[in-house]
Design a protein around this ligand. Structure first.
Ligand SMILES: NC(=O)c1ccc[n+]([C@@H]2O[C@H](COP(=O)([O-])OP(=O)(O)OC[C@H]3O[C@@H](n4cnc5c(N)ncnc54)[C@H](O)[C@@H]3O)[C@@H](O)[C@H]2O)c1
Length: 329
């Protein structure tokens, strides 16, 4: 089977490609990625000579590129997106262009080419925000996105849904909680904290650090997406998460502890506008119906992630230097 992965040079896409090539011996992968600031071909340097891997540098917004990339393809797993909430506040239009219009072009091309399977990788952020004791997001929770990022993801989810209902398009949607692990761009919370501490810099925490996120190791997300690709039903949504809720301040404390630093490194900064308070995922559907479960404990996964960033300074330092204007640094 030839699998088209979009956005395969990003954090989750590159982990997914490595995961699939390691575990499955008869799958070939074509990776379509435009290499935005968040895309890094270095993430996949270990497989550059692999006969089962092909890289196409191009955008999901270009009809000819997408048409060519889908030739001979048996399934699409769609990761390509603008993914950073803070950037969607300072420059939102590209989020609509990539996440909505790009996804629409992929759907339309896949429909015309009769591609038999399409997994759309979405996010729990489309559900909006929960109260501290307000239950969990299920697949039935109404969509209520609050940032331009989550609104663009929700819009793309609605297009996938409409293609299933209108055209019987074989699309399935996954909605995952926050990911952490190796190869995550150092603008996101966990790698930002680890790399700042390695540089002996302070670590910025929004507001009072009380916002709650539900963290899942990226390789667990990848195994869940692959399970959905194999066994998920067309037209369905599957939530993915590990029942692992943490306040941002407790994550910061845990990373400080793992790195042998004290709390004087914490710097509270002005909160993000419209900051969602809590995300938490009910993943009982994918666990019960498809038999998926996470393999990592947070304790092991976080310690391993700290070790990975310590060992891979040559990977993250140039990315951080090129993007030194980030608001959160
Ligand atoms: N990171 C998380 O915690 C998380 C959680 C749930 C869902 N998701 C979703 O998973 C997907 C991947 O997230 P990520 O964290 O790996 O993102 P990322 O920002 O690390 O990677 C995105 C990739 O998409 C590529 N890309 C962007 N625009 C493109 C375009 N027009 N054409 C082709 N490629 C393009 C980039 O070059 C990059 O390689 C996204 O759709 C995101 O919404 C992420």
């Amino acid at each position: 089977m030839r699998l088209l992965v979009t956005g395969g040079c990003g954090f989750i896409g590159s982990n997914f490609i490595l995961h699939v090539l390691e575990k499955e011996k008869d799958i070939q992968i074509v990776n379509l990625d435009s290499l935005t600031y968040a895309g890094n071909a270095e993430n996949l340097s270990s497989i550059s000579g692999n006969q089962r891997y092909t890289f196409i540098q191009g955008t999901i917004n270009d009809p000819e590129t997408v048409e060519n990339a889908m030739t001979g393809i048996g399934a699409v797993v769609h990761f390509a997106a603008e993914s950073h909430v803070d950037k969607s506040i300072t420059g939102p239009l590209i989020f609509t262009q990539t996440n909505v219009l790009g996804t629409h072009l992929l759907l339309e091309t896949a429909r015309k080419k009769k591609i038999p399977r399409f997994v759309h990788v979405s996010t729990d952020e489309v559900y909006g925000s929960l109260e501290r004791n307000g239950g969990l997001f299920t697949e039935q929770t109404p969509l209520a996105p609050n940032s331009p990022y989550s609104a663009s993801k929700a819009a793309s989810d609605m297009l996938v849904r409409s293609y299933f209902h209108t055209f019987k398009f074989p699309g399935t949607i996954t909605r995952c909680s926050n990911n952490y692990g190796p190869l995550q761009f150092p603008e996101k919370l966990i790698p930002l904290l680890i790399t700042n501490l390695m540089e002996n810099k302070r670590i910025p925490i929004y507001g009072k650090g009380e916002n709650i996120r539900d963290w899942l190791h990226v390789r667990d997300h990848c195994s869940a997406i692959f399970t959905v690709l194999q066994k998920g039903r067309e037209g369905e949504v599957y939530n993915i998460g590990g029942l692992n809720e943490w306040t941002n301040i407790d994550i910061a404390r845990e990373i400080l502890r793992l790195m042998g630093k004290d709390e004087s490194y914490i710097e509270y900064v002005v909160d993000r506008p419209g900051h969602d308070f809590r995300y938490a995922i009910d993943a009982s559907k994918i666990m019960g119906r498809l038999g998926w479960k996470p393999a990592y404990t947070f304790e092991n996964g976080l310690a391993e992630t700290v070790a990975w960033y310590r060992e891979n300074e040559a990977w993250w330092r140039p990315l951080k230097e090129r993007n030194s204007s980030w608001k959160r640094l």
